[in-house]
Design a protein around this ligand. Structure first.
Ligand code: SF4
Ligand code: SF4
Length: 177
């Protein structure tokens, strides 16, 4: 929820760290429809994960051997850096572009898509890059890092989105050859 105007992971935030002038004002998380009191409807947040193809497309069945990926593989490292998202929507509430453009997928969905772009087991890269390069996608991001400032898990969605900008641009050139 919002605490003194900033998005916070409230179940893990000490009052002493966010209290201002002995005052504490709590409000529903920004950029989401309010159901009642402090409860927000998270559906638009998760619908954008689907729109951004932030879902795994398996390339193998459970009967195939598991893919061997070494921990020092650069793609594995990039995927791991973005993977510990807890779906709290704090970054979504922090994002001014989400506020001004309701179609924008937002930092969490795009961060998850970036993690999957770096997953060599995933078979949905063309459709994913088309989705994140579409009207609601990564090119809306102004890179000012409001999401990074407030993510309670110290993720960097801005960096992930920069990766998506790069990969969607490369895909555009590949298609125009
Ligand atoms: S850097 Fe991009 S995703 Fe993060 S808050 Fe700003 S516009 Fe939103
Ligand atoms: S990226 Fe961070 S702030 Fe955004 S939903 Fe995931 S954990 Fe929460």
């Amino acid at each position: 929820m919002m605490v003194n105007g900033s998005p916070r992971w409230t179940c893990r935030t000490h009052v002493s760290k966010v209290v201002a002038d002995d005052q504490l004002e709590v409000a529903p998380l920004r950029n989401l429809p309010v159901i009642k009191d402090l409860a927000t409807d998270m559906d638009p947040f998760f619908e954008k994960w689907v729109a951004a193809e932030a879902v795994f497309h398996p390339s193998k069945t459970r009967h195939d051997p598991m893919a061997a990926i070494t921990p020092d593989d650069p793609m594995r490292i990039a995927a791991s850096e973005a993977i510990e998202c807890i779906n709290c929507a704090v970054c979504y509430a922090a994002c001014d572009v989400v506020e001004s453009n309701p179609d924008y997928f937002g930092p969490a969905a795009l961060n998850r898509s970036w993690s999957l772009v770096n997953d060599i087991r995933d078979d949905g890269q063309d459709v994913r890059l088309a989705a994140v390069g579409s009207n609601g996608g990564c090119h809306n991001c102004h890179s000012q890092q409001g999401c990074v400032q407030y993510c309670p898990n110290e993720l960097n969605p801005t960096l992930s989105i920069a990766g998506l900008k790069r990969e969607t641009t490369k895909a555009l050139f590949r298609r125009s050859r």
